[in-house]
Design a protein around this ligand. Structure first.
Ligand code: IFM
Length: 446
């Protein structure tokens, strides 16, 4: 089995999860700074203040990437570094950091793949309403324009948003991520405003010469608790509509899925008819992040959502307790192909990986065999999608290069191919690092 020529192997990170240097060189506060500094929000009070200190240690990290032999590095550009107040003039020092990083990557022969929004909204914008406000979409396009003006010629791939569903659901509906709002189904406008921001940013990026522009969504196949129960099947369909299709249909079909009967607010209150053409601007690629499927039951009487999520217990699990189901990756890739047949652009797996409680052993090594098994099984599923299903997949990015700040779980989950000792910032490549390096080196399509 061979991969298509030019297939990109990569690793991914995100600014707030790795950079640290939260108060340096004019960076302003983001929603995540405020959230993580609020007692009780993040496990053990961890914050991204220092994280992996990637802001200063990026040359060492780029050397680690070069050692892996990857083709592309997916990182994110922190909006609050570039526009500390979320609007207005550029903070030059903030963009200088990405300038250095991009040049360092190119020198190492690695294609920079920049995500513009990986959840670190400038706090002043949140105070003005955040993604509940339409204006945030316009501010985002302005930021995209500024980033592209400086970097478009050297960045090979641009990703506007990372996982807008997580921002809507965890950030604005359930309140477990920044900004910690608990609007439940009333958070729906945040989906539309992010997607509008994506569309406007796509145009802004291209106007400044950006080549490949895409959007990264999180996909979780919905499983009905009881396949024979019409109520559970309805719940699974509701989950699929609100968590998967809501973020793909408007982009690839120019229309929102039918949300009638799901208890959400009337979309005509915030969707203007002309918005859909903006959102549906053709993409160069669609980014797919996959971790696990979700099982749902019919909602309990008076529940706030049209589904109840329940644990999947019959599969082996990662250290985070997430079920390991590589077949669900294959299923979701098939679904994308079947649903969006004529308008589906080439796909990239922009994130896939697993946390395990890795420790450095007495001999100084980290023997993370479960991560190798996880990656191997998912890469095999991806290869089946390419070889047997003919799905156009152009790259795979492992999450993550480094152990890092895993949002509300702080530094506890370790997702990296490289172990980070947060006391000393020592990096120790895990066994999976060597495995991934060999996999790339032995890929006959390269
Ligand atoms: O760490 C996150 C990342 O920021 C977004 N996708 C899922 C990862 C693991 O939870």
């Amino acid at each position: 089995m061979g991969l298509p020529e030019g297939f990109r192997w990569g690793v991914a990170t995100a600014a707030y999860q790795v950079e640290g240097a939260a108060g340096e060189d004019g960076r302003g506060p983001s929603t995540w700074d405020v959230f993580s500094h609020t007692p009780g929000r993040v496990r053990d009070g961890h914050t991204g203040d220092v994280a992996c200190d990637h802001y200063h240690r990026w040359p060492e990290d780029v050397a680690l990437m070069a050692g892996l032999g990857i083709d592309a590095y997916r990182f994110s550009i922190a909006w609050p570094r570039v526009q500390p107040s979320g609007g207005g003039p550029v903070n030059t020092k903030g963009l200088d950091f990405y300038d250095r990083l991009v040049d360092g990557l190119l020198t190492a022969g690695i294609t920079p793949a920049a995500t513009l929004y990986h959840w670190d909204l400038p706090q002043p914008l949140e105070e003005a309403g955040g993604w509940m406000e339409r204006d945030t979409a316009h501010r985002f396009a302005e930021f995209a324009y500024l980033a592209a003006e400086r970097l478009a010629e050297r960045v090979g791939m641009w990703i506007t948003l990372n996982e807008p569903v997580v921002v809507m659901a965890y950030g604005y509906a359930f309140g477990i991520y920044a900004p910690g709002r608990t609007l439940m189904l009333d958070a729906l406008p945040t989906a539309h405003h992010q997607l509008l921001g994506h569309g406007l940013a796509t145009t802004a990026l291209r106007s400044r010469g950006a080549r490949e522009v895409g959007l990264t969504n999180h996909y979780s196949p919905a499983w009905a608790g009881d396949e024979g129960s019409p109520d559970d099947l309805r719940a699974a369909s509701a989950f699929d509509t609100l968590m998967n299709r809501l973020f793909t249909d408007p982009v690839l079909r120019g229309a929102y899925p039918d949300v009638t009967g799901l208890g959400v607010p009337d979309m005509s209150a915030f969707v203007r008819p002309e918005d859909l053409a903006v959102i549906a601007a053709p993409l160069d690629f669609l980014g797919v992040n996959y971790y696990q499927p979700t099982r749902v039951h019919a909602p309990s009487e008076g529940g706030p959502l049209p589904f109840d999520m329940v644990d999947i217990t019959e599969y082996p699990r990662t250290g985070s307790g997430w079920p390991i189901v590589p077949d669900a990756l294959l299923a979701l890739l098939r679904d994308l192909r079947d649903r969006y047949r004529t308008t589906l652009p080439p796909l990239y797996i922009t994130e896939n990986g697993a946390a395990f409680p890795d420790e450095v052993g007495p001999d100084g090594t980290v023997d993370d065999l479960p991560r190798i098994a996880f990656l191997d099984a998912h890469i095999t599923a991806m290869r089946t999608a390419i070889d047997e299903e003919g799905i156009d997949i152009r790259g795979y990015f492992a999450w993550s290069l480094l152990d890092n700040f895993e949002w509300a779980e702080g530094y506890h989950p370790r997702f990296g191919l490289v172990h980070v000792d947060y006391e000393t910032q020592k990096r120790t490549p895990k066994r999976s690092y060597g495995w991934f390096r060999d996999l790339i080196a032995n890929d006959p399509s390269r």
